[in-house]
Design a protein around this ligand. Structure first.
Ligand code: BTN
Length: 255
């Protein structure tokens, strides 16, 4: 692979419960390098956000975990990493659309870090940080990106690169592009940099548009405007007041 650190070593597995679990075990055993990637053809217990299951087509889609060992990253900066990964995945998806002659404007980041094409989810990200004191000792960045699947569970608003572009792509080639983009962004990573925040903010799904949300479990309508440094979503209600909420209080309603 043509990357320097991220993706410099790829451990390719046939079947595993979860690449995130595998990566966490490797880290616990010690001696694993920053940038090591675990790639699986199939996950038997892929993990999604909020304890959900992540399913992907056997050998069709990308399920991978990237191990990062930051030299000095504060716990308070962890949303910066989440932004970086979401932007990298966005760029890979947008790159496929552009290569197929499609306008990438519909590729968006749904707070905090899903990637959608229009209303359809194409990728999910699950990051697990290991903390020591005020620093992040290591991160396992799990990424599920639908590459070639064309069939979805009933009721799931999902899509894949192939569904969007009409082209099959090799999972390895998509992983290579993803590692290159992660490496580029990581090389200049500053969690508080306005450039990363501005980019992330500009890519927010439903930015400036009133949408159905759930606040404290109750339906609510407001419009996402941006995120703050702690990763809370800034939303403007119908009266024009701006609020900041984290995931414990706010989530999107049905798309
Ligand atoms: C989400 O729910 O949107 C997050 C999905 C994350 C899925 C990826 S697939 C590779 C890695 N291993 C896992 O078990 N989960 C993540």
């Amino acid at each position: 692979m043509a990357t320097t650190a991220i993706g410099g070593r790829v451990i390719s597995l046939g079947s595993v419960d979860s690449t995130n679990n595998y990566a966490a075990d490797l880290l616990a055993g010690g001696g694993v390098h920053h940038g090591t990637v675990i790639l699986a053809r199939e996950q038997t217990a892929g993990r999604g956000q909020r304890g959900r299951v992540w399913r992907s087509g056997d050998g069709l889609d990308l399920t991978a975990s990237v191990i990062l060992v930051p030299e000095h990253m504060r716990v308070s900066d962890q949303f910066g990493l989440s932004k970086l990964v979401a932007v990298a995945v966005h760029d890979v998806v947008a790159g496929s659309l552009i290569a197929a002659g499609r306008d990438p404007v519909g590729v968006r980041i749904k707070w905090p870090n899903d990637v959608l094409v229009d209303r359809h989810k194409i990728a999910g990200i699950l990051i697990k940080n290991e903390v020591m004191g005020s620093l992040i000792r290591s991160s396992v960045v799990g990424i599920g990106l639908n590459v070639n699947s064309l069939e979805w569970e009933e009721g799931l608003l999902a899509t894949s690169l192939r569904q969007e572009t009409g082209r099959e792509e090799a999972v390895d080639a998509v992983l290579e592009r993803l590692c290159l983009r992660l490496e580029e962004l990581w090389a200049t990573f500053d969690p508080q940099a306005p450039s990363l925040s501005e980019r992330y903010g500009s890519l927010l799904w439903s930015r400036g548009r009133f949408v159905a949300l759930e606040r404290d479990g109750e339906p609510w309508t407001a419009r996402p405007m941006d995120v703050d440094a702690d990763g809370r979503l800034l939303v403007e209600d119908t009266e024009g007041s701006v609020h900041a909420y984290g995931l414990e209080r706010l989530r999107f309603g049905p798309r």
